[in-house]
Design a binder for this molecule. Sequence first.
Ligand SMILES: NC(=O)c1ccc[n+]([C@@H]2O[C@H](COP(=O)([O-])OP(=O)(O)OC[C@H]3O[C@@H](n4cnc5c(N)ncnc54)[C@H](O)[C@@H]3O)[C@@H](O)[C@H]2O)c1
Length: 246
Amino acid sequence: MSQQRHGNTPGNAGAVPAFPDLPEATIARLPEYLRALHNLAEAGSDTISSEGLAAAAGVNSAKLRKDLSHLGSYGTRGVGYDVTLLIDQIEYILGLDQRRAVALVGVGNLGHALAGYDGFASRGFRIVALFDADLEQVGKAINGLTVRHVGELRRSVVEDGITIGVISTPPSAAQGVADDLVAAGVTSILNFAPCVLSVPAGVDVRKVDLAIELQILSFHEHRKASLTALPGGLVGEGENQEAVGS
Ligand SMILES: NC(=O)c1ccc[n+]([C@@H]2O[C@H](COP(=O)([O-])OP(=O)(O)OC[C@H]3O[C@@H](n4cnc5c(N)ncnc54)[C@H](O)[C@@H]3O)[C@@H](O)[C@H]2O)c1
């Protein structure tokens, strides 16, 4: 997953003064903490130590304490963090208390799978509209939503209060779709198409490309194989998943 960020970020002049200016790496870990905290809450835990939460989230505890200190959350010595309070704090910072409306454009193989996935709702998102350019797709029902023609996109963004657009069209169509989303007022885009989007200041784009993730893993496989072939065997062993991914 990669990020293109343009223009105003939280914490800059003009934003809510009390909003913390978080490092990108911290922002990327907050959803991991949140997922772990929800699991702990479901299991009946009221409090959790930094070590326990770090283990559940798969990060090191010093990093976790530093991340949470950015939110003004330090836990209580000997007790740890209040699970419910920390969930509320992280959800507030991530803006998940607003259950954001999402539009998905391009309802082919990938779009179909995303539209049919029930897990987004419990993580703070509602896919409220599906769009496609293919008249054969238009009118089909997926997970309670009817696929609409992409020509209706602009009107729907305004009427349905959509702030996040997901693009799962072929790359050749992605820039045009991004332009339409932005013209309609969308300021955050999740792009699955393997291409770079050009967007104006103030619009955030995140790109998901599983092929890139696999290529990175391929590099590590290649490196491990070449190190194993060296006299003395594998050096640098013990790198964990987090180190590979960060
Ligand atoms: N990020 C990843 O890891 C990942 C994985 C798989 C596929 N992809 C990418 O996701 C995209 C979709 O893949 P797929 O296999 O679902 O393709 P697909 O051809 O099955 O679906 C694409 C859909 O987009 C629609 N479309 C085309 N132009 C459009 C436009 N201008 N407006 C609205 N809809 C339009 C098509 O009618 C079709 O229904 C591709 O760009 C593919 O490379 C990314």
